[in-house]
Write a protein that binds this ligand. Structure first.
Ligand code: APR
Length: 250
């Protein structure tokens, strides 16, 4: 690999993608950064002084559901005004070419959905869906709620217990079907990780899993991450520029 020559790295990635029968892409918050969605870590990543690891937990919700809804309300208001960018568009186009490309995302903003991504695996749920925090029998399935702004404390329409965002918090298990689909996606020829700090598991472990299963692995990210030294090829740069550049070489 030629670390000094970014053009050569893009050409190498494009060549691998051209020769691949099955491609899997894992995305994170960096893919939506150019759309105006704040990332969790790195510059501008914090809401007030809270770390997501302290806020996005069942305990934090049980302690202060109104505070949690303030955070989610702020994020929903921000995301409501955001549109998919060139990175989402390229990945959506790749996903529409049969079932050869699988997009797995940690993002809850649904911008991949808005871009028209086919067969998307949403590992961490959607910020536009709610579920019953008491897990009442009739409110078990998440429901869509796109109200902006939200009431201070939205309620389950079935049992009137507080409702929560239908997203996966720290300490919670991923949905079985989504996790299985993500693990299936590691059986591929090229596994590409884009715009994620690669620190939150199990998503962060997928690239290593793909590598051990024989995939060529690559990362596109604005800065170095724990995955950078693990992958076969790392491209440092903004996803909304790098992905269209790679796409043009295909
Ligand atoms: N292009 C590519 N990468 C970018 C860009 C960009 N335009 N802008 C920022 N980045 C990179 C940052 O350098 C950082 O490494 O994207 C990464 C975003 O990392 P995080 O904010 O940690 O987001 P993510 O990896 O998706 O977080 C994982 O943590 O809090 C939880 O559930 C939440 O799904 C989230 C999970």
């Amino acid at each position: 690999m030629d670390r000094a020559n970014p053009g050569a790295r893009l050409a190498q990635l494009a060549e691998r993608l051209r020769g691949a029968r099955r491609v899997s892409v894992l995305t994170g918050a960096g893919v939506s950064a150019a759309s105006g969605v704040p990332t969790f870590r790195g510059a501008g990543g914090l809401w007030r002084s809270y770390r997501p690891e302290d806020l996005a937990t069942p305990d934090a919700f049980a302690r202060d559901p109104v505070l949690l809804w303030e955070w989610y309300g702020w994020r929903r208001e921000t995301i409501a005004g955001c549109k998919p960018n060139a990175a989402h568009d390229v990945l959506a186009r790749w996903s529409q070419r049969g079932d050869a490309t699988t997009i797995v995302t940690q993002n809850v903003d649904d911008l991949h959905v808005k871009a028209g991504t086919a067969g998307l695996v949403r590992l961490h749920g959607s910020i536009w869906e709610l579920s019953c925090a008491a897990r009442c029998a009739s409110g078990v399935a998440p429901w869509r709620d796109e109200r902006v702004p939200m009431p201070r404390l939205p309620r389950c329409p079935h049992c009137a217990a507080p409702a929560r965002p239908a997203v996966v918090w720290f300490g919670e298990a991923l949905d079985d079907r989504d996790l299985r689909a993500a693990l299936d996606a590691t059986a591929c020829d090229v596994f590409l990780t884009v715009g994620t700090s690669s620190v939150v598991y199990p998503a962060a472990g997928l690239v290593d899993q793909a590598r051990r299963r024989g995939a060529f692995t690559a990362e596109i990210n604005a800065e170095a991450t724990p995955a950078t030294t693990l992958v076969d090829l790392a491209v440092q740069g903004p996803a909304e520029l790098v992905l269209p550049d790679v796409d043009r070489l295909l």
